[in-house]
Design a protein around this ligand. Sequence first.
Ligand code: PLP
Length: 356
Amino acid sequence: MKKHNFNAGPSILPQFTLENTAKAILDLDGIGLSILEISHRSKEFQAVIDEAVALFKELLDIPEGYSVLFLGGGASLQFAMVPYNFLNTRAAYLNTGEWASKAIKEAKNFGEVEVVASSQDKNFNYIPKGFVIPKNADYFHFTTNNTIFGTEIRKDPDSPVPLISDMSSDIFSRPVDVSKYALIYGGAQKNLAPAGVTFVIIRNDMVGKVQRSVPTMLKYQTHIDKGSMFNTPPCVNIYAALQTLKWLRASGGVKAMEKKNLEKAGMLYDEIERNKFFVTTIPDPADRSIMNVCFVMKEEYKELEPVFQQFASSRGMVGIKGHRSVGGFRASLYNALPAESVKALIAAMQEFERTN
Ligand SMILES: *Cc1c(COP(=O)(O)O)cnc(C)c1O
């Protein structure tokens, strides 16, 4: 049976990425060696990383003066690297979910943290509005898409101080005005590549301002200077990322992705609202994520949640169980998920409504 992969992360990747990476693991471009067994200093790998950086810049329309880095440690290491490198006295953070909270916790190791607003009072089911970013902060940090709770900020905000964002779970899902940001980072395993590589887009003039001494591996300057090759980078993950970037370009780029993602999420939210059993956990349509659609069964049907879970998995749906902090269901609709999978989930919801 065909599986419909709604996993939140690691998650679905384009077939193009899987096939080309599988081929390169056996033989990279006919050189008689695997991508797994060549030097990261070889001309073959240099070509891979150069093309990945160039495509990253092309697809996101990254202006001059920025570097694209491929690092290890996941988005979670960026939670610490960002304040390590930029927090002199105080930083401002927006708390919209579990990942944002973790970033805040790490920043507190390095200085004063001002949480400008939080949606924790309602289990992160909305995006706080009308907050003020203090002008005396070293930077302002926020999470564009809240993978766990299903809210998303799809507008690039204006900020009087350097703007830093965790885009782990919605990078390449829409056009981004990179010029507004000082730094954008994310783990690749949601929308780009297998787990093990972290992307960082950094404005080069951000480095060298912090007063503390930072270990070499944790300094952005190190990785900018060495083109992500200060030490051995996660080579095969970068190869896989390159394949996804090629697929993105061939599929029309981030504008086309946004259109497709809006359609996919739109039809699923419509069905959740129409279906008598289900209700979305995010009341304001403007705050709803187009990447991670969270929904539960209405109070009076709560006991049917495990029944629907079973029903859906018997029809090939994988990964729709909600995160333990929300319960119910979460369908992750990343770029590589075809509209047919969303239609299959909707069909299962409709059949469940008819037969229960
Ligand atoms: C998954 C995720 C993370 C954690 O990423 P790791 O690479 O596992 O450290 C951080 N932020 C967001 C928004 C995520 O979705």
